[in-house]
Design a protein around this ligand. Structure first.
Ligand code: 0L1
Ligand code: MG
Length: 262
C-alpha cells in the first residue's frame, strides 16, 4: 500500500536533515517495507520542494547507476534519476570539505545541456541527440545518507540518488564533434589511475540515459526542459575519497576536471 502524504513529508525531512547534517541513517525501507516506486520519487520530489522553498535553485538533473560497473558495484539492475541544487556546485580545481559529507565517492560523468525540451514516452537516442546544445564533462561527488552505503533502490531514489556535490570543468564541445560512445575517460586519485572507461559504458550510449530519464519523467507528467544540465551517470564504478586526496579526471576531447578534498 502506498505511503500517505504525511509519511512522505516526514521521510523527506528525515533524509534531507541527514544530508544537511552529514549524519548517516538506516535505509528507510527497513521501517516502510510497503513503500513503492512512486513513493520513492514522491519523497525525492518533496526534498526538491523543500530546497526550492528555502531559495535553492535546482540546477541540473542526474541519472545514476547507468553503467554496468556501477550497477555491479551497488548490486542493482536498473538506473535511477535525481537532481542537483545550486549549493552542491564546486569550482573546477577547487576544494571540497569532507567535514560536510559522510563518506564521499567520486564518479566521472559525461554531461549534456539541452536546447529543446524532451518528453516521454517514446523518447529515444535520436531525439536526445537532436536536442543536445553541447557536451561538457563533470565529476559527481556522491554521498549516500545510508550507513555504509547499504541500501536498496527505493531507499536510494528517496535519498535523491546520493546527490551531494558536483564539479563541472574541462571545455564544452558540440555533440557533432564527438563520438559519445568511444569517448575515453581516465580517473586518477593522487596521481594514480583508479578507473577508466568509454562513454558506451553508460547504457551503450550516454544519450540513452537521457532518453530513459525523459521517459521516466513523462510517466510522472514531467519533462526535461530546454536548457537543462544533465549528468548521464558515472562511466566507471565510484571511487571513495577522503581528506587529503586529489582527483583528476581526463575526458578525451573535453579536457580535465579536478578537485582536492580537504
Ligand atoms: O549517481 C549515482 O550513480 C548514484 C546512484 C545512487 C547509488 C549510490 O549511492 O551509489
Ligand atoms: Mg552519478
Amino acid at each position: 500500500m502506498p505511503l500517505d502524504r504525511n509519511t512522505i513529508e516526514q521521510l523527506a525531512a528525515h533524509l534531507e536533515s541527514a544530508e544537511l547534517e552529514a549524519r548517516d541513517v538506516t535505509k528507510i525501507t527497513d521501517d516502510y517495507p510497503q513503500m513503492d516506486w512512486a513513493d520513492a520519487y514522491d519523497i525525492q520530489d518533496e526534498i526538491r520542494r523543500r530546497k526550492e522553498a528555502r531559495g535553492h535553485k535546482t540546477v541540473g538533473l542526474k541519472a545514476g547507476l547507468t553503467s554496468f560497473a556501477k550497477m555491479k558495484q551497488m548490486g542493482v539492475e536498473v538506473p535511477c534519476f535525481g537532481f542537483v541544487s545550486d549549493y552542491m556546485a564546486r569550482p573546477d580545481g577547487g576544494e571540497i570539505r569532507t567535514s560536510e559529507l559522510i563518506h564521499p565517492k567520486v564518479e566521472a560523468e559525461i554531461c549534456i545541456v539541452t536546447k529543446a525540451p524532451l518528453r516521454g514516452p517514446g523518447c529515444h537516442v535520436g531525439a536526445v541527440m537532436a536536442a543536445i546544445d553541447f557536451v561538457i564533462p563533470a565529476v559527481e561527488i556522491i554521498d549516500s545518507r545510508y550507513r555504509d552505503f547499504k541500501f536498496d533502490l527505493k531507499s536510494v531514489i528517496a535519498d535523491n540518488t546520493s546527490a551531494s556535490r558536483f564539479v563541472i570543468g574541462g571545455r564544452s564541445r558540440n555533440v557533432e564533434e564527438l563520438d559519445l560512445r568511444t569517448l575515453g575517460v581516465v580517473l586518477e586519485k593522487n596521481g594514480q589511475i583508479m578507473a577508466m572507461a568509454a562513454g558506451a559504458a553508460v547504457l551503450g550510449h550516454p544519450a540513452a540515459a537521457v532518453a530513459m530519464m525523459a521517459n521516466h519523467l513523462g510517466a510522472r507528467g514531467q519533462e526535461i526542459p530546454a536548457g537543462s544540465f544533465i549528468m548521464t551517470g558515472g562511466v566507471t564504478e565510484a571511487i571513495a575519497v577522503q581528506a587529503g586526496d586529489s582527483v583528476n579526471v581526463r575526458f578525451q576531447d573535453l579536457g580535465s576536471v579536478s578537485m582536492r578534498f580537504i
